[in-house]
Design a protein around this ligand. Structure first.
Ligand code: GDP
Length: 204
């Protein structure tokens, strides 16, 4: 598992702080509490990897995890990028505007960005912000992959129903550039499938 070598690299508050834009990266988005940290930890087989991105008050930053194979030039790094969880009610308005501009710039011009993973609670999928994030990727011509996580909370039949419903909605809203699967950071269901998608986008 090439993602198992993931190491915290940096937290960026603005565009200038990002690593050189010459490599490959995959961004992870999701509503707060959806299960994004648990998903990153499961993909990377580490228990506390994504904890740093959860520190309260540090929500407006991009957290980079380095999965670069040894011997790769520094300017061609491979990264997982943990975007701030959205849906916090109490983010001040000027910070929200800063974040929106940062995100617009990031999705609009970051060449290294190869794909977006959107983590959604299987019981509450496709909220407004989820659709907005998917729209950013699709408008840029990037592939996106949706993880319907906490699948362990539902029985197999309900999982299949939700998967089918979300798949139908995604295809009518975004065409065939967004794929979707069930997932659980708890039971590790779907981890191999998700890892294969992310690994292929990173060229690993
Ligand atoms: P984040 O805010 O999106 O990073 O969410 P976390 O990964 O911190 O998870 C939020 C809460 O949901 C925590 O209490 C986790 O233990 C729980 N959780 C996350 N993933 C799963 C999962 O796959 N199954 C279950 N049952 N609980 C999960």
């Amino acid at each position: 598992n090439p993602l198992a070598r993931a190491r915290y690299l940096l937290a960026a508050h603005n565009y200038k702080q990002l690593p050189p834009d010459g490599g490959f990266e995959v961004a992870f988005a999701g509503r707060s509490n959806a299960g994004k940290s648990s998903a990153l930890n499961a993909l990377c087989q580490q228990n506390a990897l994504a904890r740093v991105s959860k520190t309260p008050g540090r929500t407006q930053q991009l957290v980079y995890f380095d999965v670069t194979p040894t011997g790769t030039p520094e300017t061609e790094g491979r990264y997982l990028v943990d975007l701030p969880g959205y849906g916090y009610a109490k983010v001040p308005q000027d910070l929200q505007a800063h974040w929106q501009a940062f995100l617009d710039g990031y999705f609009g011009s970051r060449l290294a960005l190869r794909g977006l993973v959107v983590v959604m609670d299987i019981r509450h999928p496709l909220k407004d912000y989820d659709r907005q994030m998917l729209g950013y990727a699709v408008n840029r011509g990037l592939p996106a992959h949706a993880l319907l996580t906490k699948a362990d909370k539902l029985g197999r039949g309900q999982q299949a129903q939700q998967l089918q419903a979300v798949r139908r909605e995604l295809s009518s809203a975004f065409g065939d550039t967004v794929s979707v699967q069930t997932f659980s950071g708890e039971s590790k269901q779907g981890v191999d499938e998700a890892r294969a998608v992310v690994g292929s986008w990173l060229g690993l």
